[in-house]
Design a protein around this ligand. Structure first.
Ligand code: SF4
Length: 372
């Protein structure tokens, strides 16, 4: 389990190693045809900032070789904002006195129909808070069975589960799971996640092993930028990705680096990452791992997403609503975070075309699903 592996790495030592990297280390990393963690540390370090143009060019070349001129399109479907956790940065925090909504089966159906009217989406990301009695495995199984009639590729971003639960949901059409570790800083983790199942660091970080063992086709990971030192967190995530690739080589992996947006409760990020730093991180990850899918959500602004499209990013959401019922049921409930790119999916697709890229709505078919 990765938790045991993580004990080998000290947070402060990792930070110091990153900060001690020099331009010679960066140049060596850029020349290395098989970059390792040490090279990745150099590429995310402050010493790499003057090399951003070279990093962009290499990232672009590697992305074109592996993915061509394509951007995979997906859309989130928020099904429930009920949550027993109290993440200090989230609008769905248990302590927020908002109306809790868990969509009925009929409402899920209406949302799926509304999404289909927005664009030819086949990749659906089903998102929910963590409230096992309301939106647990039984509920998700029903949601998946409905969504499976509309979309070819179903991914969930919900509470971490037992391996047997993932296996059960795979039988109902599940293809991928996204889970954000948020931060790998175990000592600081409970400052941000003070209660509920999410407060158990080990359960969350080992969830990726359970996903791999269940045979999920795609596993998505990420850290939340704005909590602890982002450079150290992404190096820990790169170690985690390397570990998962070694142990669960049949799965595909995606990464995402959401930057904290204002949420209900007014949480202010501890760390601010600039666009330039996010670009550096994106290039560094592409150079480190040529196969990983790099996803940008509608948290990012249109112009920045357009610039990054040819430089490393391979999948994007569009038209997103981050409140349950936001597409059709229109409950006017609280959104989890504010969307920055508010264009319609067809406007986003049109821009992708205009930049010489192909928006890919379907890159999986349910006939490929492995049912064990
Ligand atoms: S981030 Fe997720 S688990 Fe935490 S409060 Fe928000 S919905 Fe709940």
């Amino acid at each position: 389990m990765f938790y045991d592996e993580l004990q080998k790495y000290d947070w402060d030592t990792t930070t110091q190693t990153i900060l001690s990297k020099t331009s010679a280390d960066v140049e060596r990393a850029l020349r290395n045809p098989r970059p390792g963690i040490d090279d990745f540390m150099a590429l995310v370090s402050p010493a790499a900032a003057p090399y951003i143009e070279q990093m962009a060019a290499l990232s672009r070349k590697l992305t074109l070789e592996r993915f061509g001129k394509t951007i995979s399109m997906y859309i989130p479907l928020y099904v429930s904002n009920a949550c027993t956790n109290a993440c200090v940065y989230c609008g769905f925090n248990h302590a927020n006195p908002l109306t809790r909504i868990t969509l009925t089966e009929e409402q899920v159906e209406r949302e799926c129909e509304a999404i289909k009217r927005l664009g030819p989406f086949e990749n659906l990301l089903i998102v929910s808070g963590e409230f096992p009695a309301l939106n647990g495995v039984n509920y998700l199984e029903k949601v998946l069975k409905i969504a499976d009639r509309y979309f070819a590729n179903l991914t969930i971003e919900v509470m971490p589960m037992k391996q047997a639960d993932y296996e059960r949901l795979i039988r109902s059409g599940l293809n991928g799971v996204v889970c954000f570790q948020e931060t790998y800083h175990e000592q600081a983790y409970n400052k941000y996640h003070p209660r509920g199942m999410k407060s158990i660091f080990k359960w969350r970080v080992n969830g990726f092993d359970r996903m791999g063992a269940a045979g999920l086709h795609k596993i998505g990971m990420g850290v939340l930028i704005g909590l602890e030192d982002w450079r150290t967190d992404v190096v820990m995530m790169a170690r985690h990705l390397q570990y998962l690739r070694r142990h669960y080589w049949r799965s595909r992996f995606s990464i995402n680096f959401p930057r904290l947006c204002p949420a209900e409760g007014g949480y202010k990020p501890n760390v601010v990452m600039t666009d330039r730093e996010l670009a550096q991180l994106t290039f560094a990850f592409r150079i480190f791992d040529r196969d990983v899918d790099i996803s940008y959500s509608t948290r990012e602004a249109p112009a920045f997403r357009a610039n990054m499209m040819s430089l490393g990013v391979t999948s994007m959401s569009a038209g997103s609503k981050t409140d349950p019922g936001g597409y059709a049921v229109a409950q006017d409930s609280l959104a989890q975070f504010e969307v920055t790119d508010v264009r319609t999916p067809l406007q986003v697709a049109s821009e992708i075309h205009s930049l010489g890229y192909e928006p890919v709505w379907k890159d999986w078919d349910r006939s490929f699903n492995i049912v064990q």
